[in-house]
Design a protein around this ligand. Structure first.
Ligand SMILES: [Fe+2]
Length: 277
């Protein structure tokens, strides 16, 4: 897939940054995070989302409206690109016969029916990449990989692939989304960071969702507890049963997309951690 990138350079950011990915139509988690950010004193302009506003959960329109009105910074995920282009699938890059692909037809059709023309137009106008400087380092925000919006990059993706990513961009740190697992990987003197998804647990057997804070030369992976029971109820009420169970158990309905090591971590609770960058 050849992608035309729309890169927005936002210059220098100062102060702590809050990074999150994948709201996934989870209004309860997204609003809990934004309230938490406000409590912590974050300016909207220092909050960055790596895309996929709408996906598995039960409030696509309300979640998109919340993000749109919030003033935070966001790039397009594959879901925004599909909705803006009026496509019939989410563009996640699942194998055709996979469970994820079969389930995606249900949630994507639900999303598409809920998203207004105005919201789809707004999604299509979002940047696909954001660049900025922070504490002397150059950052590049993308959704999947340097080449493709829907490429899955995981903690155990080969070093060779990570190195290739950094050969293509003159930056110190890449902030990515799409794969739903929070991790920070050091490659020589570069950093690949995925804050995880705020709209879905990390397949770690807990209903917690993940975001990150970048400040004073450190990245901290942090978990958020929120009203996941209400999120799950809204999903059940709308027939999104499989992922409603995920929201409660913290276990994905399928691990088709995961490499072997990440599959072996299923149900093992992740720990909050801080990494020096
Ligand atoms: Fe995605």
């Amino acid at each position: 897939m050849v992608e035309a990138f729309k890169v927005e350079n936002i210059g220098e950011l100062s102060g702590a940054l809050l990074i999150f990915g994948g709201p996934y139509s989870n209004l309860q988690a997204t609003s809990a995070l934004l309230k938490h950010a406000e409590t912590l004193g974050f300016r909207d302009s220092n909050i960055i989302c790596t895309g996929d506003i709408t996906a598995y959960c039960g409030n696509p329109r309300e979640t998109a409206e919340l993000i749109k009105s919030s003033g935070i910074r966001i790039i397009q995920g594959n879901c925004e690109q599909s909705l803006a282009a009026d496509k019939n699938d989410c563009g996640c890059g699942f194998d055709e016969t996979s469970t994820c692909n079969i389930l995606s037809a249900k949630w994507y059709n639900f999303c598409k029916a809920q998203i207004t023309e105005d919201l789809a137009t707004w999604m299509g106008e979002l940047p696909t990449r954001i660049e900025f400087q922070h504490e002397g380092k150059k950052y590049h925000v993308l959704h999947g990989s340097v080449d493709e919006v829907n490429e899955f990059i995981f903690p155990t993706t080969s070093e060779h692939i990570f190195q290739k990513q950094f050969e293509k961009l003159d930056v110190d740190i890449i902030l990515s989304g799409h794969s739903g697992i929070p991790f920070t990987k050091k490659i020589n003197n570069k950093i690949w960071h995925n804050a995880g998804a705020i709209g879905s647990p990390a397949n770690d057997g807990t209903p917690r969702v993940w975001y990150s804070i970048i400040s004073d030369g450190k990245i901290t992976h942090q978990a958020l507890e929120y009203d996941h029971e209400t999120a799950a109820k809204v999903m059940v009420d709308n027939g999104l049963v499989e992922y409603a169970e995920t929201i409660q158990t913290g276990l994905w309905p399928s691990t088709d997309i995961l490499p072997d090591h990440e599959k072996s971590q299923t149900g093992k609770p992740l720990e909050e951690k801080t990494i020096t960058i």
